[in-house]
Design a protein around this ligand. Structure first.
Ligand SMILES: Nc1ncnc2c1ncn2[C@@H]1O[C@H](COP(=O)(O)OP(=O)(O)OP(=O)(O)O)[C@@H](O)[C@H]1O
Length: 254
């Protein structure tokens, strides 16, 4: 499979902190690629360097063989990046926010309005379409952020924890949308802590810890005959005795 995204020796250093330590990865076109790793592993930093939001200290990223940082405008036009809830203009209604996202991408107003309605329907936000996003619940904000990343029909979607706080019905609809998108040749890159979800949805996975790739490849290659959660724990070595709190007892010990 040709690469949609290729990371070469990607590095980010903050002062003395090496957040991302020379990561190289190939993300095949048409794959559903999961980045997993413990808190602070470097997933968000990696995604931000891939999407042109954070300048790498070293290394490069190419999107369909074009250097992202040398051709930022054309790279961004091909990407859909889910904003964080605190990065959106929440004094707009959900419908206005989607239209605004499309117009910013240079889309025609009639088409944007049509797609905004389709997205509001798909994400069960029709009734909240005219409500200010600031009054949305956490899960509703997540959904409107996701929808705004899709409105211009990008070739690759970057989603940081897309299912967090999303209810089961919306989550099932989102999974269908993403599966359909991949079946039409789209590429999805997600970061997630939910192993069962990664195992179910992703075709490929990279395990990142301390800014390094511990394993990467197809789900089967990385799981190596085990289930992904156990393999993940083996790779990152996370379980330790300090997680046993002798004094934490739920019984009546007064
Ligand atoms: N602006 C910054 N300045 C200094 N250190 C930073 C900065 N941003 C991130 N870091 C550090 O870089 C490391 C990687 O952070 P990052 O947010 O990429 O991790 P993550 O894998 O996305 O974690 P989580 O799963 O908790 O969201 C962490 O040690 C973090 O403290």
């Amino acid at each position: 499979m040709a690469s949609a995204l290729s990371l070469q020796n990607l590095t980010k250093i903050y002062g003395k902190k090496v957040a991302v330590n020379g990561i190289s990865l190939d993300i095949p076109a048409g794959s559903f690629y999961g980045l997993v790793g413990p808190n602070g592993a470097g997933k968000t930093t990696t995604l931000q360097m891939c999407t042109g939001m954070l300048l790498p200290t070293n290394g490069s990223v190419s999107l369909f063989d074009d250097d992202v940082w040398a051709n930022l405008d054309s790279a961004r036009a091909r990407m859909g990046v889910m904003p964080q809830a605190d990065e959106i203009f929440d004094r707009l209604t959900g419908q206005q926010l989607l239209v605004y996202a499309g117009l910013l991408r240079g889309m025609d107003k009639t088409e944007v309005t049509r797609r905004a309605q389709d997205l509001l329907n798909a994400f069960d936000l029709t009734e909240a379409a005219k409500k200010l996003v600031s009054d949305y619940s956490t899960g509703m904000k997540k959904k409107i952020c996701l929808a705004s990343a899709m409105i211009h029909s990008p070739r690759i979607l970057f989603l940081d924890e897309p299912f967090e706080a999303v209810d089961p019905v919306s989550s099932a609809n989102l999974k269908d949308i993403l599966k359909e998108y991949v079946s039409t040749g789209g590429t999805v890159v997600i970061s997630s802590h939910v192993m069962s979800l990664v195992e179910k949805m992703c075709s490929h996975v990279a395990v990142i810890a301390n800014g390094n790739v511990r394993a990467a490849g197809t789900l089967e290659e990385v799981a190596a005959g085990s289930d992904l959660e156990n393999r993940f724990l083996d790779l990152v070595g996370g379980r330790h005795d300090a997680a046993r709190l002798d004094w934490l007892q739920g019984g009546d010990n007064e």
